[in-house]
Write a protein that binds this ligand. Structure first.
Ligand code: ADP
Ligand code: RBF
Ligand code: MG
Length: 362
């Protein structure tokens, strides 16, 4: 159980014991079985309860929240794709089977797509032991060596490799790639999975280098960034505050996106942007950096900027040099400029959200 909702429940639970949940504990429990989680937290916080009491209480609180757990970005797309192509799928988790079943019951179409579910209570030892994955392959009637594991936790990657399977890691916490070196590939989000690399049917929803999405919206006054865009890269980015957008941002992985930008007194422009930690600069803060594809003859700090984001281009990446980063951003610009002329994307130019009147914010 590695989602944000679980952290919320833990926080509430610990308050009862006069303790405060320290988000830094998160990496210790990612991928663990419920009893292992309990052992770590009971010990670290010196809680006056037994492990199984912790599990009972926390999981009964948690079950009320399962309906609110959102699928990871790209999960529905991937599951639909694989099940349409008749690829057999198993859900193998260190959670208990009952938790897995009730958790997926709220996700449309998932139950039908997974022909096998294996929880840690159904095998002798949980991940990092390979048991869960071996049992899943056995029930699917598949060879471990021709199975692909998709994992978010380091423990799960170890289990998959120990089972003799290929493993793609999608780390659930940012800036953790270095901990996943035993995976066959580490990707930033499920949007970046290339099934054909693993002998599976390729996605067919990319259009001219872009992945369309339902439009999503962010806006606010243009704030000062780190002063790098124009100075270091020759590419100005009109930064938006991420405050108030944590929900929207957690629904969308960091990466390079594009769409339309409305500036209160000026008009509507094509836009390409990055959201994330800018790996080349290794920023401590996540930033939203839209580059408006238009020459302005002045700055427009504090002006109201509204964005309609209509598609995805690529994950944020690190680059061997500043020039290669700049070249890539100019490539992104071309991809976005061309794509935004397609009817699929150009229609959003007229979205009312872009016509900003005097009112502030959304
Ligand atoms: P900062 O680090 O403060 O964001 P930048 O060097 O990235 O500084 O410059 C961004 C500023 O440049 C924007 O806030 C805006 O006022 C101005 N600007 C001028 N032209 C553009 C453009 N085409 N796209 C984005 N911002 C622009
Ligand atoms: N920064 C990175 O470190 N890696 C990237 O892959 C990356 N891609 C970008 C793509 C676009 C379209 C834009 C506008 C910026 C991108 N940047 C990237 C962000 C750039 O580092 C940032 O705008 C500057 O650091 C200015 O703060
Ligand atoms: Mg900027």
């Amino acid at each position: 159980m590695t989602d944000g909702m679980f952290s919320e429940v833990l926080k509430t639970f610990l308050v009862k014991y006069g303790k405060e949940w320290d988000g830094r504990e998160k990496h210790k429990i990612v991928g663990k079985t419920p009893l292992e989680e309990a052992a770590i937290i009971v010990e670290d916080y010196g809680l006056p309860c037994a492990k199984h009491e912790f599990v009972n209480e926390v999981y009964s609180m948690f079950s009320d929240h399962l309906c609110k757990v959102k699928a990871l970005p790209g999960a529905n797309r991937l599951i639909k794709h694989l099940s349409c192509h008749g690829v057999p799928m198993a859900l193998a988790s260190n959670s208990h089977r009952a938790t897995i079943e009730s958790k997926i019951s709220y996700q449309h179409g998932w139950k039908e797509s997974f022909s096998v579910i294996v929880g840690s209570d159904e095998v002798r030892t949980g991940k990092p032991s390979p048991d869960i994955f071996l049992e899943a392959a056995k029930r699917l009637n598949m060879e471990p060596s021709s199975s692909l594991v998709i994992e978010d936790s380091v423990i799960g990657v170890m289990a998959g490799k120990a089972a003799g399977m290929e493993v793609v890691a999608v780390p659930s916490l940012p800036k953790q790639t270095h901990r996943y070196t035993s995976a066959d590939e580490v990707i930033n989000s499920l949007l970046d999975l290339q099934p054909e690399k693993w002998g599976l049917p390729p996605f067919q929803d990319w259009i001219e280098g872009t992945l369309p999405s339902e439009p999503w919206y962010v806006g606010g006054p243009v704030v000062k960034g780190l002063g790098r865009g124009s100075k270091v890269l020759g590419i100005p980015t009109a930064n938006l505050s991420t405050e108030g957008y944590s929900d929207v941002l957690s629904e969308h992985p960091s990466g390079v996106y594009f769409g339309w930008a409305g500036l209160s007194t000026r008009g509507v422009y094509k836009m390409v942007m990055s959201i994330g930690w800018n790996p080349y600069f290794d920023n401590a803060e996540k930033t939203i950096e839209p580059w408006l594809l238009h020459e302005f003859d002045e700055d427009f700090y504090d002006e109201e900027l509204h964005l309609v984001i209509v598609g995805y281009i690529r994950p944020e990446a690190n680059f061997p040099s500043l020039e290669t980063l700049i070249t890539k951003i100019h490539e992104d610009r071309k991809v976005a400029e061309r794509a935004l002329d397609l009817p699929l994307y150009s229609k959003y130019r007229d979205d009312p959200y872009l016509k900003i009147t005097s009112s502030k914010g959304q």
